[in-house]
Write a protein that binds this ligand. Sequence first.
Ligand code: SF4
Ligand code: SF4
Length: 358
Amino acid sequence: MDKRESMWDVYLRKGMSRRSFVKSCVALTSLMGLSTDHVSKVVEAAEKKPLPVVVWIHGHECTGCDESFIRSGAPLASDLVLSQIALEYDHLLSAASGEPFEAHLEETIKKYKGQYILCVEGAVCTKDNGVYCMSGGKPFIETLQHAAHNAAAVIAYGTCAVSGGIQAAKPNPTGSAGIAHFAGKTPVINVPGCPPIPEVMTGVVMHVALFGTVPPLDNEGRPKQFYGNRIHDTCYRRPFFDAGMFAERFDDAGAKAGWCLYKLGCRGPETYNSCGNLRWFQGMSYPIQSGAPCIGCSNAHFWEEDPMTTRMPEYGPLGNVDKIGAAMAVGTAAGVAVHGAMSVIQKQKREAEEHEKE
Ligand code: SF4
Ligand code: SF4
Protein backbone atom coordinates (compact mmCIF):
# COMPACT_ATOMS: atom_id res chain seq x y z
CA MET A 1 0.00 0.00 0.00
CA ASP A 2 1.34 3.47 -0.83
CA LYS A 3 2.39 5.71 2.05
CA ARG A 4 -0.27 8.24 2.89
CA GLU A 5 0.57 11.72 4.12
CA SER A 6 -0.17 12.90 7.64
CA MET A 7 -1.84 16.23 8.34
CA TRP A 8 1.61 17.68 9.14
CA ASP A 9 3.02 16.34 5.84
CA VAL A 10 0.23 18.18 4.02
CA TYR A 11 0.98 21.42 5.87
CA LEU A 12 4.69 21.09 4.99
CA ARG A 13 3.92 20.35 1.34
CA LYS A 14 1.73 23.43 1.15
CA GLY A 15 4.39 25.63 2.77
CA MET A 16 2.20 26.34 5.79
CA SER A 17 3.87 27.28 9.06
CA ARG A 18 4.29 25.15 12.17
CA ARG A 19 2.37 27.87 14.02
CA SER A 20 -0.71 27.43 11.81
CA PHE A 21 -0.45 23.65 12.20
CA VAL A 22 -0.38 23.92 16.00
CA LYS A 23 -3.21 26.46 15.94
CA SER A 24 -5.31 24.00 13.92
CA CYS A 25 -4.53 21.26 16.44
CA VAL A 26 -5.58 23.49 19.35
CA ALA A 27 -8.83 24.35 17.55
CA LEU A 28 -9.47 20.66 16.83
CA THR A 29 -8.85 19.75 20.48
CA SER A 30 -11.44 22.18 21.72
CA LEU A 31 -13.85 21.23 18.94
CA MET A 32 -13.66 17.59 20.00
CA GLY A 33 -14.67 18.65 23.51
CA LEU A 34 -11.26 17.69 24.95
CA SER A 35 -9.36 19.66 27.58
CA THR A 36 -6.14 21.50 26.75
CA ASP A 37 -4.24 18.59 28.38
CA HIS A 38 -4.95 16.68 25.16
CA VAL A 39 -3.36 19.20 22.78
CA SER A 40 -0.01 17.36 22.72
CA LYS A 41 -1.77 14.07 21.90
CA VAL A 42 -3.66 15.74 19.07
CA VAL A 43 -0.44 17.31 17.72
CA GLU A 44 1.32 13.94 17.88
CA ALA A 45 -1.54 12.16 16.10
CA ALA A 46 -1.73 14.87 13.44
CA GLU A 47 2.03 14.63 12.87
CA LYS A 48 2.22 10.88 12.55
CA LYS A 49 -1.12 9.38 11.57
CA PRO A 50 -1.82 9.14 7.86
CA LEU A 51 -4.82 11.17 6.77
CA PRO A 52 -7.88 9.00 7.28
CA VAL A 53 -9.60 7.81 4.14
CA VAL A 54 -13.23 8.93 4.11
CA VAL A 55 -16.02 7.70 1.86
CA TRP A 56 -19.20 9.79 2.00
CA ILE A 57 -22.43 8.42 0.56
CA HIS A 58 -25.93 9.88 0.30
CA GLY A 59 -29.21 8.02 0.53
CA HIS A 60 -32.79 9.25 0.67
CA GLU A 61 -32.43 12.90 1.73
CA CYS A 62 -32.24 16.56 0.74
CA THR A 63 -28.41 17.00 0.99
CA GLY A 64 -28.93 19.54 3.76
CA CYS A 65 -26.36 17.81 5.96
CA ASP A 66 -23.58 18.32 3.41
CA GLU A 67 -24.79 21.91 3.02
CA SER A 68 -24.35 22.29 6.76
CA PHE A 69 -20.95 20.58 6.75
CA ILE A 70 -19.47 22.93 4.14
CA ARG A 71 -20.34 25.86 6.41
CA SER A 72 -18.10 24.62 9.22
CA GLY A 73 -16.06 27.56 10.49
CA ALA A 74 -13.63 25.88 12.88
CA PRO A 75 -12.10 24.02 11.19
CA LEU A 76 -13.13 25.39 7.82
CA ALA A 77 -14.68 22.61 5.76
CA SER A 78 -12.18 23.41 2.99
CA ASP A 79 -9.24 22.86 5.41
CA LEU A 80 -10.77 19.62 6.58
CA VAL A 81 -11.36 18.27 3.08
CA LEU A 82 -8.04 19.47 1.63
CA SER A 83 -5.63 19.01 4.56
CA GLN A 84 -7.09 16.88 7.33
CA ILE A 85 -8.87 13.93 5.72
CA ALA A 86 -8.44 12.03 2.46
CA LEU A 87 -11.93 12.32 1.00
CA GLU A 88 -11.89 9.65 -1.70
CA TYR A 89 -15.54 9.62 -2.66
CA ASP A 90 -18.42 12.00 -1.99
CA HIS A 91 -21.63 12.11 -4.00
CA LEU A 92 -21.89 15.88 -3.58
CA LEU A 93 -18.36 17.28 -3.25
CA SER A 94 -16.41 15.12 -5.70
CA ALA A 95 -15.85 16.58 -9.17
CA ALA A 96 -15.91 13.15 -10.82
CA SER A 97 -19.06 11.28 -11.81
CA GLY A 98 -20.31 8.33 -13.82
CA GLU A 99 -18.78 4.88 -14.21
CA PRO A 100 -15.14 5.84 -13.46
CA PHE A 101 -16.36 7.42 -10.22
CA GLU A 102 -18.25 4.27 -9.21
CA ALA A 103 -15.19 2.18 -10.11
CA HIS A 104 -13.13 4.43 -7.82
CA LEU A 105 -15.53 3.71 -4.95
CA GLU A 106 -15.02 0.00 -5.47
CA GLU A 107 -11.22 0.40 -5.63
CA THR A 108 -11.24 2.49 -2.44
CA ILE A 109 -13.32 -0.09 -0.56
CA LYS A 110 -10.94 -2.87 -1.64
CA LYS A 111 -7.74 -0.95 -1.02
CA TYR A 112 -8.68 0.42 2.40
CA LYS A 113 -10.87 -2.43 3.62
CA GLY A 114 -11.37 -2.14 7.39
CA GLN A 115 -9.56 1.21 7.52
CA TYR A 116 -11.77 3.90 6.05
CA ILE A 117 -14.47 5.98 7.72
CA LEU A 118 -17.86 5.77 6.05
CA CYS A 119 -20.02 8.89 6.40
CA VAL A 120 -23.66 8.37 5.49
CA GLU A 121 -26.31 11.00 4.94
CA GLY A 122 -29.94 10.16 4.32
CA ALA A 123 -32.25 7.28 5.09
CA VAL A 124 -32.16 3.87 3.49
CA CYS A 125 -35.23 2.81 1.46
CA THR A 126 -36.16 -0.75 2.30
CA LYS A 127 -39.43 -1.34 0.40
CA ASP A 128 -39.54 -3.14 -2.95
CA ASN A 129 -35.86 -4.10 -2.83
CA GLY A 130 -34.83 -0.50 -2.26
CA VAL A 131 -35.75 0.74 -5.75
CA TYR A 132 -36.95 4.12 -4.44
CA CYS A 133 -33.40 5.29 -3.86
CA MET A 134 -30.85 4.36 -6.52
CA SER A 135 -27.17 5.19 -6.37
CA GLY A 136 -24.66 4.48 -9.15
CA GLY A 137 -27.24 2.34 -10.95
CA LYS A 138 -28.11 0.12 -8.00
CA PRO A 139 -30.31 0.37 -4.93
CA PHE A 140 -28.68 2.52 -2.26
CA ILE A 141 -29.30 -0.22 0.29
CA GLU A 142 -26.74 -2.39 -1.55
CA THR A 143 -24.14 0.38 -1.73
CA LEU A 144 -24.66 1.09 1.96
CA GLN A 145 -24.30 -2.50 3.10
CA HIS A 146 -21.24 -3.13 0.97
CA ALA A 147 -19.49 0.09 2.05
CA ALA A 148 -20.49 -0.20 5.73
CA HIS A 149 -19.48 -3.83 6.19
CA ASN A 150 -15.96 -3.05 4.99
CA ALA A 151 -15.48 0.22 6.92
CA ALA A 152 -13.64 0.82 10.21
CA ALA A 153 -16.51 2.98 11.49
CA VAL A 154 -19.72 4.48 10.17
CA ILE A 155 -20.91 7.99 10.98
CA ALA A 156 -24.65 8.48 10.45
CA TYR A 157 -25.02 12.19 9.75
CA GLY A 158 -28.44 13.76 10.24
CA THR A 159 -31.76 12.59 11.59
CA CYS A 160 -32.57 10.84 8.27
CA ALA A 161 -29.54 8.54 8.54
CA VAL A 162 -30.13 8.04 12.26
CA SER A 163 -33.85 7.34 12.29
CA GLY A 164 -35.34 7.75 8.82
CA GLY A 165 -36.15 11.47 8.85
CA ILE A 166 -39.03 13.15 7.06
CA GLN A 167 -38.95 10.38 4.43
CA ALA A 168 -40.08 7.95 7.12
CA ALA A 169 -43.20 10.00 7.95
CA LYS A 170 -46.40 7.95 8.00
CA PRO A 171 -47.41 6.13 5.86
CA ASN A 172 -43.74 5.83 4.84
CA PRO A 173 -44.38 4.43 1.35
CA THR A 174 -40.68 3.85 0.65
CA GLY A 175 -39.97 2.00 3.90
CA SER A 176 -37.34 4.60 4.84
CA ALA A 177 -35.32 3.81 7.95
CA GLY A 178 -32.14 4.70 9.80
CA ILE A 179 -28.95 3.05 8.55
CA ALA A 180 -27.55 1.43 11.71
CA HIS A 181 -29.23 -1.94 11.10
CA PHE A 182 -27.48 -2.24 7.76
CA ALA A 183 -23.92 -1.71 9.00
CA GLY A 184 -23.29 -5.27 10.16
CA LYS A 185 -20.72 -5.38 12.96
CA THR A 186 -19.13 -2.03 12.10
CA PRO A 187 -19.58 0.53 14.91
CA VAL A 188 -22.03 3.31 14.10
CA ILE A 189 -21.87 6.83 15.54
CA ASN A 190 -25.18 8.68 15.42
CA VAL A 191 -24.99 12.42 14.75
CA PRO A 192 -28.64 13.49 14.56
CA GLY A 193 -30.00 16.91 13.64
CA CYS A 194 -31.84 18.33 10.68
CA PRO A 195 -29.15 19.12 9.81
CA PRO A 196 -26.46 18.56 12.46
CA ILE A 197 -24.38 21.57 13.50
CA PRO A 198 -21.41 21.91 11.08
CA GLU A 199 -18.77 21.96 13.83
CA VAL A 200 -20.33 18.85 15.39
CA MET A 201 -19.99 17.08 12.03
CA THR A 202 -16.33 18.03 11.66
CA GLY A 203 -15.61 17.36 15.35
CA VAL A 204 -16.91 13.79 15.17
CA VAL A 205 -15.09 12.81 11.98
CA MET A 206 -11.84 14.34 13.30
CA HIS A 207 -12.13 12.42 16.57
CA VAL A 208 -12.32 9.12 14.68
CA ALA A 209 -9.63 10.27 12.27
CA LEU A 210 -7.06 11.37 14.85
CA PHE A 211 -7.61 8.83 17.61
CA GLY A 212 -8.80 5.89 15.53
CA THR A 213 -11.55 5.28 18.09
CA VAL A 214 -15.24 5.95 18.43
CA PRO A 215 -15.87 8.87 20.84
CA PRO A 216 -17.76 8.11 24.08
CA LEU A 217 -21.41 7.56 23.13
CA ASP A 218 -24.70 7.83 25.03
CA ASN A 219 -27.43 5.19 25.05
CA GLU A 220 -28.63 6.33 21.63
CA GLY A 221 -25.19 6.06 20.05
CA ARG A 222 -24.59 9.83 20.04
CA PRO A 223 -21.24 11.40 21.02
CA LYS A 224 -21.61 12.58 24.60
CA GLN A 225 -19.49 15.67 24.09
CA PHE A 226 -22.08 17.08 21.67
CA TYR A 227 -25.32 15.48 22.85
CA GLY A 228 -24.74 15.43 26.61
CA ASN A 229 -26.98 18.42 27.38
CA ARG A 230 -30.53 19.31 26.57
CA ILE A 231 -31.14 22.53 24.67
CA HIS A 232 -33.04 23.56 27.80
CA ASP A 233 -29.92 23.10 29.99
CA THR A 234 -27.88 25.66 28.05
CA CYS A 235 -30.69 28.03 27.03
CA TYR A 236 -30.17 31.69 27.83
CA ARG A 237 -33.98 32.03 28.19
CA ARG A 238 -33.94 29.50 31.01
CA PRO A 239 -34.29 32.09 33.81
CA PHE A 240 -37.67 33.03 32.29
CA PHE A 241 -38.76 29.39 32.31
CA ASP A 242 -37.71 29.08 35.94
CA ALA A 243 -39.62 32.27 36.77
CA GLY A 244 -42.76 31.07 34.94
CA MET A 245 -42.54 33.88 32.35
CA PHE A 246 -43.68 32.61 28.94
CA ALA A 247 -44.42 34.16 25.55
CA GLU A 248 -48.01 33.19 24.67
CA ARG A 249 -47.95 34.41 21.07
CA PHE A 250 -45.15 35.15 18.63
CA ASP A 251 -46.07 38.84 18.63
CA ASP A 252 -46.87 39.49 22.27
CA ALA A 253 -44.88 41.56 24.73
CA GLY A 254 -43.32 38.43 26.26
CA ALA A 255 -41.98 37.31 22.87
CA LYS A 256 -40.57 40.78 22.26
CA ALA A 257 -38.95 40.76 25.69
CA GLY A 258 -37.27 37.40 25.01
CA TRP A 259 -39.27 35.27 27.45
CA CYS A 260 -39.32 31.48 27.37
CA LEU A 261 -40.86 29.85 24.26
CA TYR A 262 -42.13 26.71 25.98
CA LYS A 263 -45.81 27.56 25.43
CA LEU A 264 -45.10 28.16 21.75
CA GLY A 265 -44.02 24.55 21.35
CA CYS A 266 -40.35 24.64 22.35
CA ARG A 267 -38.90 21.11 22.45
CA GLY A 268 -35.77 22.27 24.28
CA PRO A 269 -36.63 20.32 27.46
CA GLU A 270 -36.56 16.98 25.60
CA THR A 271 -33.89 17.64 22.98
CA TYR A 272 -30.21 16.79 23.30
CA ASN A 273 -27.95 18.89 21.08
CA SER A 274 -25.26 21.59 21.19
CA CYS A 275 -27.22 24.52 19.73
CA GLY A 276 -27.23 26.39 23.04
CA ASN A 277 -23.47 26.36 23.49
CA LEU A 278 -21.94 26.05 19.99
CA ARG A 279 -24.77 27.88 18.17
CA TRP A 280 -24.82 28.11 14.38
CA PHE A 281 -22.86 30.01 11.74
CA GLN A 282 -19.70 30.15 13.79
CA GLY A 283 -21.51 30.94 16.98
CA MET A 284 -23.63 33.74 15.55
CA SER A 285 -27.08 32.57 16.62
CA TYR A 286 -29.51 29.67 16.86
CA PRO A 287 -33.27 29.28 16.45
CA ILE A 288 -34.25 30.16 20.02
CA GLN A 289 -32.06 33.25 19.85
CA SER A 290 -33.97 34.39 16.77
CA GLY A 291 -37.35 33.86 18.44
CA ALA A 292 -38.25 30.40 17.11
CA PRO A 293 -38.89 27.51 19.48
CA CYS A 294 -36.67 24.44 19.21
CA ILE A 295 -38.48 21.86 17.04
CA GLY A 296 -36.39 18.99 18.43
CA CYS A 297 -34.79 18.23 15.08
CA SER A 298 -32.29 15.81 16.62
CA ASN A 299 -35.06 13.62 18.08
CA ALA A 300 -36.30 10.53 16.28
CA HIS A 301 -39.77 11.12 14.81
CA PHE A 302 -39.78 14.85 15.60
CA TRP A 303 -41.66 15.31 12.33
CA GLU A 304 -44.58 13.25 13.56
CA GLU A 305 -45.17 14.78 16.93
CA ASP A 306 -47.69 17.53 17.60
CA PRO A 307 -47.59 20.63 15.38
CA MET A 308 -44.28 22.34 16.00
CA THR A 309 -45.79 25.45 17.55
CA THR A 310 -48.06 23.47 19.83
CA ARG A 311 -47.00 23.33 23.39
CA MET A 312 -45.24 20.13 24.41
CA PRO A 313 -47.31 17.60 26.31
CA GLU A 314 -46.84 17.74 30.06
CA TYR A 315 -43.68 15.98 30.99
CA GLY A 316 -42.68 14.21 34.16
CA PRO A 317 -44.84 13.06 37.02
CA LEU A 318 -44.53 16.32 38.91
CA GLY A 319 -47.00 18.40 36.96
CA ASN A 320 -46.95 20.83 34.08
CA VAL A 321 -45.29 24.12 33.44
CA ASP A 322 -48.23 26.17 34.73
CA LYS A 323 -47.86 24.47 38.08
CA ILE A 324 -44.18 25.28 38.06
CA GLY A 325 -45.05 28.87 37.20
CA ALA A 326 -47.69 28.96 39.94
CA ALA A 327 -45.24 27.49 42.38
CA MET A 328 -42.77 30.18 41.36
CA ALA A 329 -45.36 32.85 42.05
CA VAL A 330 -45.86 31.46 45.53
CA GLY A 331 -42.25 30.82 46.28
CA THR A 332 -39.35 31.00 43.86
CA ALA A 333 -37.24 28.53 45.78
CA ALA A 334 -39.99 25.91 45.81
CA GLY A 335 -40.51 26.27 42.06
CA VAL A 336 -36.81 25.91 41.35
CA ALA A 337 -36.78 22.80 43.48
CA VAL A 338 -39.73 21.32 41.55
CA HIS A 339 -38.11 22.03 38.24
CA GLY A 340 -34.75 20.84 39.54
CA ALA A 341 -36.37 17.59 40.68
CA MET A 342 -37.90 17.07 37.24
CA SER A 343 -34.53 17.59 35.59
CA VAL A 344 -32.85 15.22 38.03
CA ILE A 345 -35.48 12.54 37.36
CA GLN A 346 -34.95 12.89 33.62
CA LYS A 347 -31.17 12.77 34.05
CA GLN A 348 -31.33 9.73 36.34
CA LYS A 349 -33.63 7.93 33.92
CA ARG A 350 -31.22 8.57 31.10
CA GLU A 351 -28.19 7.48 33.11
CA ALA A 352 -30.01 4.32 34.20
CA GLU A 353 -30.78 3.52 30.55
CA GLU A 354 -27.14 4.06 29.63
CA HIS A 355 -26.01 1.92 32.54
CA GLU A 356 -28.40 -0.86 31.52
CA LYS A 357 -27.03 -0.77 28.00
CA GLU A 358 -23.42 -0.97 29.21
S1 SF4 B 1 -38.42 25.79 27.01
FE1 SF4 B 1 -37.17 26.36 25.23
S2 SF4 B 1 -37.03 28.61 25.26
FE2 SF4 B 1 -37.74 27.93 27.29
S3 SF4 B 1 -35.86 27.76 28.48
FE3 SF4 B 1 -36.27 25.72 27.66
S4 SF4 B 1 -35.13 25.63 25.75
FE4 SF4 B 1 -35.23 27.79 26.32
S1 SF4 C 1 -32.62 24.46 18.38
FE1 SF4 C 1 -33.63 22.45 18.32
S2 SF4 C 1 -34.65 22.36 16.30
FE2 SF4 C 1 -33.20 24.04 16.24
S3 SF4 C 1 -31.38 23.19 15.33
FE3 SF4 C 1 -31.13 23.01 17.56
S4 SF4 C 1 -31.98 20.97 18.07
FE4 SF4 C 1 -32.64 21.45 15.99
